[in-house]
Design a protein around this ligand. Sequence first.
Ligand code: FAD
Length: 391
Amino acid sequence: MDLSFTKEELAFRTEVRDFIKKSLPESIRAKMQDGKFTSKEDMVTWQRILNAKGWAVPHWPVEWGGAGWTAIQRYILREEIEAAPAMTPLSFNVNMVGPVIAHFGTPEQKQRFLPRCANIDDWWCQGFSEPGAGSDLAGLRTAARRDGNHYVVNGQKMWTTYAHYADWIFCLVRTDPQAKKQEGISFLLIDMKSPGITVKSIVTIDGAHEVNEVFFDDVRVPVENLIGTENRGWDCAKFLLGNERTGMARIGISKERLKYLKKIAEEEDADPGFLQKLAAVEIELKAHEMTTLRILSAEQRGAKGPGSSILKLRGTEIMQSITELYLSLAGPFGLQSRREGPDEHLSNEEALDPEWAGVIAPTYFNWRKLSIYGGSNEIQKNILAKMVLGL
Ligand SMILES: Cc1cc2nc3c(=O)[nH]c(=O)nc-3n(C[C@H](O)[C@H](O)[C@H](O)COP(=O)(O)OP(=O)(O)OC[C@H]3O[C@@H](n4cnc5c(N)ncnc54)[C@H](O)[C@@H]3O)c2cc1C
């Protein structure tokens, strides 16, 4: 199998790199480079720049803004955005609810939601997990009872990322309590301004506010906000989760973080033992990149397999090893927290000093989430055991 890029793909990479260099606001690039918190406004600004170029949703159907590209072209765009470094378009919009609406929605729903979703005129959040229903998602209990032209929703969602930013939430709700677990679930779009919704923040171990609890108390949702068929929401959920995991290979981010780590290690004259560990992670990353290209190449030829689970598992393991390397290089200084605000992560000072090292720990802690969300890594291993090993 030839995994090298074609001449056209290399030219495409140059075009993408040039565009990003020219269009990415310096203030956003600098924040990303320094591992600092990027705001909602930064995210919206950047996604709109990409959308105006036709690059926010290249994987969507062409009639709804897709670019009609190959999987390799999409991979190149993502890698270049991550390496810039810049934020990739908001996953809840472009990889989750957008493709679900494009696939399962009515023409009216597509018209109403998709253009706003691509341009982030609506910020979406994901209401799947609940207390007691994470890995066992089908055990969810948030109920939607039909009442005339509305559903009346009661229950609680958990770990809802950026619910405090969101205009809309896409939810899995139980519409038939009598049916078998997976069969009584529906996929519902809910306006976050609806009376009866309460968002309660959760501050994580790194001091960041990303996740929330969302409570629904007799929330009335018009029936036209149901996606697909009532009680067939599990089909939408499976479709969505496959897309979510594929986006977790994160090769561009890992390359960028490793490149910077190497620079510091060199400046600090890091010991050979550390450099050996760094090289080992770099080799792992190269292997992961090859695996990603192999999976993309197979998918371009129509093959289906457990690709998204492999990419999620290895991509997140490598990202976590990188934070371990940073922490190890920072040594005892890594114990100090010198962050100015609650959402700053890695700092990119010129040299390793206590200030630089003091911001490493929050990122180390924050990135523990990677092996939990999007289906925990243990669950991905179960999937691989079943699909690859036949266990
Ligand atoms: C930072 C963050 C952001 C998140 N954002 C969102 C969001 O926006 N929207 C949303 O809906 N959800 C979100 N989640 C929730 C996430 O999807 C769940 O946390 C995840 O699915 C795990 O579920 P749980 O937390 O209930 O853990 P549990 O399912 O209770 O699992 C606990 C532990 O047991 C292991 N385990 C469970 N079952 C098995 C099994 N069968 N075999 C082997 N091991 C098993 C798990 O791997 C885990 O280590 C987020 C989570 C985090 C941490």
